[in-house]
Design a protein around this ligand. Structure first.
Ligand code: SAM
Length: 278
């Protein structure tokens, strides 16, 4: 079986990922609402977004803090290229938005930040809680670490993916590729760790009852995220890709039958906002 450490990083497809932008953006907006006033009267100089993806949510940071220098960091060249193209440059208040390659597993602040944020990315980063001390330690007094991670890895969409990869016909090629992104803690564990670092911490979870449109909408959703490692591994074998997608599609159709108004795809997400003492 493959292990996370010995296989190539998944190749991301920004266009596929952006198919469901409103549903994917909403948790970020909910996170943003709970971020308290930042240092200097809520006029932060420096903001980092870890796992920024195609940059559309990074750009929302510039809407709230238009004169900040905001940097999105990501591991995927495809995502960074899209983010650069769509969003880099000066912002409405004279701030600056740029994007840099970085592995969040090893990223540590090299200058003081007012806000370090991450949306729907840390689930891909094993041991990310081990970085909390370095991240909060790199914040200015009164600065904030805020993140959101999916918490739905036991839901049918993700459980079925793991089970399919483990079937005899796929196991040798796919191994644990269906579970590459399962690196989250339960909310109470995030709360305990961040509080132990001296932060004033707010942790919560929400289940979004998402109504998706289109045929095989759940498959289309996971093609942008959880399926990336499988699609990357099978990229040089179109017949195998088609066979895998057909089998997975059939399982998803049974688990998420379309209704009269669309396909209901419940999605649990976990949020944490940790503010360092002023
Ligand atoms: C589901 S997307 C989220 C993108 C964006 N934050 C958003 O909310 O739209 C996950 C992103 O995490 C990035 N990622 C995964 N592992 C990473 C790592 N170790 N370091 C940096 N970025 C990573 C992926 O390349 C991808 O762009």
């Amino acid at each position: 079986m493959h292990s996370v450490d010995t296989v190539a990083a998944p190749v991301w497809d920004p266009r596929q990922y952006l198919h469901h932008t409103p549903h994917r953006t909403r948790p970020f907006l909910d996170l943003l609402q709970r971020i308290p006033r930042l240092p200097d009267g809520d006029r932060p100089a420096r903001i980092a977004d870890l796992g920024c993806g195609p940059g559309n949510v990074t750009a929302l940071l510039a809407d709230r803090w238009p004169d900040a220098h905001i940097t999105g960091f990501d591991l995927s060249p495809e995502m960074l290229e899209q983010a650069e193209k769509d969003w880099s440059g000066t912002t409405s208040g004279g701030g600056w938005l740029d994007f840099r390659p970085a592995d969040a597993a090893h990223w540590t602040p090299t200058e003081p930040y007012d806000l370090i944020v991450s949306n729907a990315a840390l689930q891909w980063v094993p041991n990310h809680p081990e970085s909390f001390a370095a991240w909060t330690g790199g914040l200015r007094p009164g600065g904030t670490l805020a993140f959101q991670v999916p918490g739905n890895f036991t839901s049918p969409s993700h459980a079925l993916l793991g089970e399919l990869c483990a079937r005899p016909e796929w196991r040798a090629r796919l191994g644990d590729q269906g579970r590459r992104f399962v690196h989250i803690l339960e909310p109470a564990d995030y709360l305990a760790r961040l509080t132990a670092l001296g932060c004033e911490t707010d942790v919560w979870e929400t289940v979004y009852c998402q109504l998706l449109q289109g045929e095989d909408a759940v498959l289309d959703w996971v093609k942008g995220t959880a399926l990336r490692p499988v699609l990357t591994t099978l990229a040089d074998d179109p017949a195998a890709t088609e066979a895998f997608l057909a089998a997975y599609r059939d399982l998803l159709r049974e688990a998420y039958p379309p209704g009269p108004h669309g396909t209901v795809f419940p999605f649990r997400r976990v949020f944490a906002v940790a503010r360092t003492p002023s």
